[in-house]
Unconditional design. Structure first.
Length: 344
């Protein structure tokens, strides 16, 4: 991808549009006289070149002087990120820190880059990527601008700090629970292990648990659906499994509570209500969906509030140590309800 060019200067824009640096400066700062046509040319060139006010200049505020954290979120199919944001806002309030929240497409580097540029211009002291996937170029750009980068509610193999649950262990322990209850044909539903880092870790844990019981997962047990941890993926999985009897799964590790609810409701829609002991389902998150559903859903429950609070605390503590890398894993719990009984 094309990175954010910190080296682009007013002189570069002036050369591109054929104006003096003084004229370009007046236009970019909204001062003095200039024509609308010149302003349009300058603004277009600035956008194309990726110009923004140089944060490494002498007038740059230090991280200690800046009091705003930037959060980059995306439009998720579940409400898990909303719970993390509540933790972020609560901790920021206690620490007298402002929070700016902006949205980007989760895996689109051009979209993420545009939002990061806006964050830099807003003089934040940290940027928290809330399950958004920057590449290393974006991460390095933030450090060059003396801004602390951090992944929140996910962890990748990038050179960046993170605060998240251990998604490998979530996958492993959820599958191990189903195995201990006597189930052997366990499906993995709702995430794409090839394209999604969280899905990859959870799938790795899932397969490791199966292998520990000498169970070889069939390729038909993997149902990605839309890959967005969605309710609709759960519904679609039930339809797919029912149309392919050879799949014959007896349990489902659903990668979110919404997906788990889709499994249970999908069975009901097909006239096959959930039958405890003949099928088991466990989801991930521990949202209110679990207790509102009938039967109530078992879940791998994440501490979203603590993830958000810890992310802010770490960003504040980091201060100007923008190159610092810490990977913090927040404990999760297993909450068994009505969808993981012992197999009949």
């Amino acid at each position: 991808m094309e990175g954010i060019l910190l080296s682009v200067t007013i002189k570069d824009i002036a050369a591109a549009v054929g104006l003096s640096t003084a004229s370009v400066s007046r236009i970019l700062n909204g001062r003095g006289r200039y024509s609308a046509a010149s302003a349009k040319r300058v603004q277009a060139a600035a956008a194309e070149l990726g110009y923004f006010k140089n944060r490494s200049a002498a007038d740059l505020a230090s991280p200690q002087q800046r009091r705003t954290i930037g959060v980059i979120n995306y439009l998720a199919a579940t409400n898990a990120n909303d719970q993390v944001i509540q933790g972020i806002l609560a901790e920021a309030r206690e620490r007298d820190v402002e929070v700016t929240i902006m949205y980007a497409q989760r895996d689109n580097q051009a979209s993420i880059t545009r939002v990061v540029k806006s964050m830099i211009e807003r003089q934040v002291f940290a940027v928290l990527f809330l399950s958004v996937r920057p590449d290393q170029t974006v991460v390095d750009t933030l450090r060059q601008a003396r801004i602390y980068p951090q992944e929140v509610a996910s962890a990748s193999d990038l050179n960046i700090s993170s605060v998240s649950s251990d998604d490998f262990q979530i996958g492993y322990q959820a599958t191990d629970l189903l195995l201990r209850r006597g189930y052997r044909r366990i499906a993995f539903v709702g995430a794409d292990p090839q394209k999604d880092i969280i899905g990859r870790y959870r799938y790795a844990g899932y397969t490791a648990a199966l292998q520990a019981y000498d169970v070889t997962p069939a390729k038909e047990w993997l149902f990605i659906g839309d890959g967005q941890y969605s309710y609709h993926s759960g519904l679609a999985a039930v339809t797919d499994f029912s149309e392919h009897p050879q799949t014959a799964v007896d349990a489902v590790f659903a990668t979110s509570d919404d997906t788990a609810l889709g499994i249970v409701n999908g069975l009901y829609d097909l006239g096959r209500p959930f039958s405890p002991g003949s099928l088991a389902v466990i989801g991930v998150d521990g949202s209110s969906t679990c207790t509102r559903a009938r039967p109530q859903l078992s879940s791998m429950t994440q501490s979203f509030d603590l993830i958000g609070r810890t992310a802010v605390a770490e960003a504040v503590h980091a201060g100007d140590q923008v190159d610092q890398i810490k990977r913090i894993e927040i404990p999760f719990t297993i909450e068994e309800r009505q969808t993981t009984p012992t197999k009949k």
